[in-house]
Design a protein around this ligand. Structure first.
Ligand code: PEP
Ligand code: MG
Length: 847
């Protein structure tokens, strides 16, 4: 074993560390410890590579001397974590006239010439950054050397030490380049992340018998199930087998020749090596190997590449086979990976003709025809035609069109805009705030500068995971929710210690939430129950009522509909808690916005158009989101909340009688003052007493407050006096803490994030410093008054691992998230609660 200050020969006992030499070097040492046939290899540490980038070369004579005369070498990068990348591998260092002549004798002139020419080209292009064009085509070593000399004004170097020095220098400098730096930092690498390099003796010998190179793994990268995947290229080198048409299969195959036909014992040795690595390195590995006259060498092994689905399947299978503990399987999977499983996604191999991009507001992908109005979307859906609803922004009136569409695209808005919230709830892909889109709603056209004009009916694809809009239809992969995914969810439930509820407004949402196994519904936004066409009309009658009896008549018609909604929801949730938020949005959201709508409403209500128009106008507000909405409606038009409370209690009695007892929770939105809660509570209590007396049946319920104004957080102590629970609505709370409109911020948010004003869009990732402080204050003040106060977060942030960790630490009882975010939230919660337990030594998920 040779260890110098500059490099370390990798042996079983050498001091090789991931934090000093990188992941690949450490992995190669593990293969050596398993007695796998790894050719002689040396590791250069991060410090050595930094010195090389600064112009201080290691002792090259000693390094080349380690491997002996006339030996070809390869150099591979070895960053601390594979995701951080690194410059590509360079093979055949040491190739010269002499070595080529020797190779010509052993392998024949064709192999020798091709390898020599290829190396000169790689050396010129990758190491000296010469123009690749000069080395294109079937040129000979002679021509390649001439081309090199004419560009470099010096002959192609013939000695290994010079070649190796230049390769090391080029790789060390490539790591310092801006692009490489940005790419790895995007993968979580620290600014000072180091690069290690491994120099390896290349297995090169007589071409007798079975000689060549291949790459193999025994698991499918797509599904994670057992499957031999790989290729072998006779006389090949490196990873050529994966790209050359002449490559063979690994195992005997009807489709063509295979390595197993010629060397069954080699394939068995590869199988054994993979099985050994699986149990001892505790990972499914992809192996790069070479054969020299039938002798097997394992050059490298990396974590087998995998889709989201395969990632879950592999981790679960390793735990089921007791190779790793369950806790480790849970912590190996980044929670957002699950988004790649829950939704249909664009196939990794698909061509992507990207038109423009926006905020990735809801994950998944879908193709369909452009529909510019909700009505068109419904008409297309009625004909079985998949469509994409394209709007400047959406409003509650679009809800049925959204239901009918496969995906949503908006020009305006951000991560918590109406379109984004509804799309996530419905599990539809959504790109919001695609500001480069030019929509002409009158001509019904969509234009992106420099591209053809798209008309209604033209096909586009929405990739809500990446926030991209693509032209035409694109190949998709379907979600996979059974098997390993279901097991992972069960294990997450066992491991987590914070509740996960769903934000669910409709029976479909509730059914989806149940499918993912939630702890209840944490937010049922009741206004979404009124968007049905019949109900909308009655709702409008209620809004237009000019006296109490007329209003009550409309509410009496709405009552049975609401009651039926709650009965269905309670039944679906089978005794689990359902938190119902009383009516929240400004009333004018239920009114028509154009003349045509006003005329239709006047017809329906049998009123003059002018009267309807002036009533609509009188309800307009300059800033509706800060206007007459939430509890302010409850205070000024108490009949609405009274009708909702009655519907909830009557549904409770009905469902309880049928043998599924339930204790509903009623939540008051947009509270800012204690008195608001007291007023609503007094009325709701009175309705409860009335319903109980009338039915002769007792029931209990809990009344709580949605904390979504800064004042409610600050005054949580006195608010908690009349509240059983506080649920923080961080969408509005973020909006009001920043004074930043959740519907408009998308327009300039990217500039703010790019210039570092905000580290992230605060509507996507919770602002722990500001909004978080309000949560802590509110929680502390509320619990000081009422120690058994239930605390929750029900804004969109609840699905983010950082917010879940924050809530758990602050002693919250649960977070409530869109149904499709439940799996991510569960896994994140499980990871957070097992994070403190130390993983067994050598458990290295990044291998
Ligand atoms: C909130 O404000 O955080 C919330 C959950 O309510 P909504 O999004 O319906 O305003
Ligand atoms: Mg809100």
């Amino acid at each position: 074993m040779l260890t110098t200050p500059d490099f370390t020969e990798i042996t079983a006992n050498a001091d090789v560390r991931k934090t000093r030499h990188g992941n690949r070097a450490k992995c190669l040492q593990r293969l050596i410890r398993l007695d796998l046939p790894v050719p002689q290899t040396a590791a250069l540490s991060f410090d050595t590579v930094r010195a090389i980038a600064d112009g201080r070369m290691p002792d090259l004579e000693a390094l080349v001397g380690l491997f002996g005369e006339n030996t070809l070498l390869s150099v591979r990068s070895s960053s601390e974590t594979p995701d951080w990348g690194g410059p590509g591998t360079i093979l055949n260092i040491g190739m010269s006239d002499n070595v080529a002549e020797h190779l010509s004798e052993t392998h024949g002139p064709d192999v020798a010439n091709a390898a020599y020419t290829a190396f000169i080209r790689t050396y010129a292009v990758e190491v000296h950054r010469l123009d690749a064009d000069a080395f294109e085509g079937p040129i000979t070593p002679r021509l390649a050397k001439d081309a090199y000399e004419s560009e470099m004004d010096e002959p192609f170097p013939q000695d290994s030490a010079t070649q190796l020095a230049e390769v090391l220098r080029a790789m060390a400098r490539a790591w310092e380049g801006t692009t490489a730096r940005l790419l790895r930092q995007a993968q979580g690498a620290p600014a000072d992340a180091g690069l290690g390099l491994v120099v390896q003796k290349m297995a090169l010998g007589p071409a007798r018998g079975v000689s060549g190179a291949g790459v193999v793994q025994f698991v499918s990268s797509e599904t994670g199930e057992a499957q031999v995947t790989g290729r072998y290229l006779p006389r090949g080198q490196g990873r050529q087998a994966l790209t050359e048409g002449a490559a063979q299969y690994i195992e005997t195959d009807d489709r063509g020749p295979a390595l197993e036909d010629a060397a069954p014992e080699v394939v068995q040795a590869l199988r054994d090596a993979a099985a050994l690595m699986r149990t001892r390195l505790r990972e499914e590995m992809q192996t790069e190997f070479t054969l020299m006259d039938g002798e097997l060498f394992i050059l490298d092994a990396v974590r087998a590449p995998r889709s989201a689905r395969a990632e879950v399947a592999i981790a679960v299978a390793l735990a089921e086979d007791k190779v790793i503990p369950r806790e480790e399987a849970l912590t190996r999977i980044p929670p957002f990976t699950l988004n790649g499983l829950l939704h249909r996604q664009i196939s990794a191999d698909a061509e992507r003709d990207v038109l423009t991009s926006g905020v990735p507001a809801a994950p998944g992908a879908a193709s369909g025809r452009i529909a510019f109005t909700a009505a068109t979307a419904q008409a297309m859906a009625a004909q079985g035609e998949p469509c994409i609803l394209v709007r400047r922004e959406t409003s509650p009136e679009d809800i049925r069109g959204m239901h009918a569409a496969q995906a949503i695209l908006t020009e305006r808005g951000g991560a918590t805009s109406h379109a984004a919230v509804i799309a996530r709830g419905l599990g539809l892909p959504c790109v919001a705030g695609a500001t480069r889109l030019q929509l002409d709603m009158r001509k019904k056209t969509l234009t992106v500068p420099g591209r053809k004009v798209f008309h209604e009916g033209d096909v586009i694809t929405i990739d809500g995971t990446l926030g991209e809009v693509l032209a035409g239809r694109t190949e998709m992969v379907e979600p996979a929710l059974g098997g390993a995914f279901a097991t992972l969810m069960d294990w997450s439930d066992e491991a987590r210690d914070i509740g996960i509820r769903a934000n669910a407004d409709t029976p479909e949402d509730a059914a989806m939430a149940q499918r993912f196994g939630v702890d209840g519904i944490g937010l049922c936004r009741t206004e979404h129950m009124f968007f049905d066409a019949n109900r909308m009309t009655v709702m409008r009658e209620m809004i237009f009522a000019e006296n109490a009896p007329d209003r009550q008549a409309a509410l009496d018609r709405l009552l049975p509909m609401q009651r039926a909604d709650f009965i269905e929801l309670f039944k679906l949730m089978k005794g689990q808690t359902v938190t119902i938020r009383l009516f929240d949005p400004p009333l004018h959201e239920f009114l028509p916005t154009d003349r045509e709508g006003i005329r239709a409403l006047a017809d329906a209500l049998d009123l003059p158009v002018s009267r309807v128009a002036s009533r609509v106008e009188s309800l307009q507000e300059y800033n509706p989101m800060l206007g007459l909405r939430g509890v302010r409606l409850g205070v000024t038009i108490p009949e609405i909340y009274e009708m909702q409370a009655r519907a909830i209690f009557e549904a409770t009695i009905k469902v309880t009688k049928k043998g599924a007892p339930i204790e509903p929770e009623i939540m008051i939105p947009l509270v800012s003052a204690k008195k608001e809660v007291e007023l609503v509570k007094a009325r709701v209590d009175a309705i409860a007493a009335e319903v109980a007396a009338k039915s002769g049946q007792d029931f209990t319920y809990r009344l709580g407050v949605m904390v979504e104004t800064p004042r409610a957080a600050l005054r949580a102590g006195e608010i908690a006096e009349s509240s059983a629970f506080l649920s923080f609505g961080t969408n509005d709370l973020t909006q009001m803490t920043y004074g930043l409109s959740r519907d408009d911020a998308g327009r300039f948010m990217s500039a703010y994030v790019q210039q570092g004003v905000f580290a992230e869009d605060p509507f996507r990732e919770m602002d722990i410093d500001g909004v978080g402080e309000l949560l802590l204050l509110g929680a502390e003040r509320g619990r000081a008054v009422r120690p058994d106060l239930t605390l929750a977060l029900c804004g969109e942030h609840g699905g983010h691992p950082d917010a879940i960790a924050f809530c758990r630490k602050a002693g919250f009882n649960y977070v409530s998230v869109s149904p499709f975010r439940v799996p991510v939230a569960k896994l994140a919660a499980a990871q957070i609660s097992i994070k403190d337990k130390a993983l067994p030594e050598d458990a290295d998920p990044s291998l």
